[in-house]
Design a protein around this ligand. Sequence first.
Ligand SMILES: Cc1cc2nc3c(=O)[nH]c(=O)nc-3n(C[C@H](O)[C@H](O)[C@H](O)COP(=O)(O)OP(=O)(O)OC[C@H]3O[C@@H](n4cnc5c(N)ncnc54)[C@H](O)[C@@H]3O)c2cc1C
Length: 490
Amino acid sequence: MITKQAVFPRPDYYVDVAIVGAGFCGSMVAVHLAQMLRSARQIGLIEKRRRIGPGIAYGTDNPLHFLNVPVGRMGAYPDKPRHFFEWLKEHPDLVSQFHLDPLTEGSFVARGLYGLYLELLVQRCALQSGRVHRFEQEAVDVARAPDGSFRVFLADNTSIFAGKVVLALGNFPPGDPVVSDRRFHRSKNYLSDPWSSSTLQRLSEAGDILILGSGLTALDLILSLSEMKHSGTIYVLSRHGHFPQRHAVVEPYIFHQSDPRKIPEVRLLLRAVRNEASLAAGLKIGWRSVIDALRPHSQAIWQKLDLGERRRFFRHLRPYWECHRHRAAPKALDVKEAMEKGGRLRCYQGRVESIVEDENTLFVKFRNRSQVLGELAVSLVVNCTGPECNYHKLRDPLMLQLFFRGLARPDPLFLGFDVNERGELLDVTGRIVPNLYTLGSPQKGRLLETTAVPELRQQAFELATRLAEDLRKSTRRAIEELPAGHSFEI
Ligand SMILES: Cc1cc2nc3c(=O)[nH]c(=O)nc-3n(C[C@H](O)[C@H](O)[C@H](O)COP(=O)(O)OP(=O)(O)OC[C@H]3O[C@@H](n4cnc5c(N)ncnc54)[C@H](O)[C@@H]3O)c2cc1C
């Protein structure tokens, strides 16, 4: 039972499982756990944002920010992929409010609507189970006690005692571009966090804007700008110049020529995918089907590659893989293309050489693949180059403390935490930290593909199952140690 203790340094609250972060991952671990546990176990859900459920991805209220996965595949439960679609059908008011008629499983809907679905799921679960307790705070430190339990410290100087901790931290803002003169990093006209509300407010200012990066987040910003009737020119600069490809109907497909899970080299994998795509084209089947046929196996393929091959993938193939794999809603690309045709949007391929500020203008120099120098003068630069995965570079208080206490270390490629196959963190010496878990993006080093709902819902369910089983075992042990005559429901 949750109790508040008055005296420091005893913890203020007691829970069995503390979950830090209530985006999709943290929220769904809480929902599953609450449904799986039958005893009086308590779950603490710690989230620094106002709402629980939506996280960064689904907290937007812009109707042009679409899901990049069709509704029929976005169900929050692994055994019910159509659950979100069914939920929408039960809410015809929302379907008409968001102009979704006719709603099909292939429809792309606003991400904010998905955020609402998740928020209501967690709220209902908290209400029905009475065991999910919400803390609207930032977790700033996690310390391990000699008995293996944890203290989670919150920004308001309170702390929570927990037997198990789940770090469901999601993605961190992008790292700053590395150039020789880095003074612009401190400029008020350089917006380093594309997901913060202050960035969206600044976009409404007059003047030209440069967006660094051309992934899904850049596309979001372009759509926000199109709605704001922003008057200046929008420039997009990215190293490879690729935007996400367009979603289209995908037919089920299986590899005919080789089994990609058995190919241990990136170069050979690329060749196999290209050959398969030509074979599929001959059968009038598009490349999307070939890429999607790889998806169920991408984690197994990644785990088969040695470290050198994984590095090679990141150096040479990742941008191509990502723009084919993470596709965009057709409506979103229609808006972007119309803006390009109208001259409001100009996209360049190139690498930033310098950004220098002079009297509120940022002067940007970049060089393209043919070594041609380009120059731009803009009022704002927004960084959309993708989340920072090298956790050693982050200034996030919780991350700094985890490393300071030796409770975590980065994976060998600096893509997230070093974890075992159960999602438990490895400490600075490489030993497992029992009962300290993560899921989602922090597992990128181990799994590569650990970003989209179809993967995350499975992870959330599996982690909750493991935690529930551990808790049941410890209750059983405690009962066995009791004198005869006691009986408990577990
Ligand atoms: C812009 C965007 C669009 C996307 N669109 C799609 C899509 O259409 N379909 C799809 O399948 N996937 C999409 N994704 C992928 C998305 O990352 C996952 O689907 C999923 O939302 C990730 O959930 P998460 O819980 O891991 O992370 P997040 O949603 O980022 O949640 C992490 C939460 O942890 C909180 N937090 C972090 N640190 C602390 C702390 N110290 N104390 C307290 N709280 C903390 C954060 O405030 C945040 O709410 C998108 C991602 C982004 C960034």
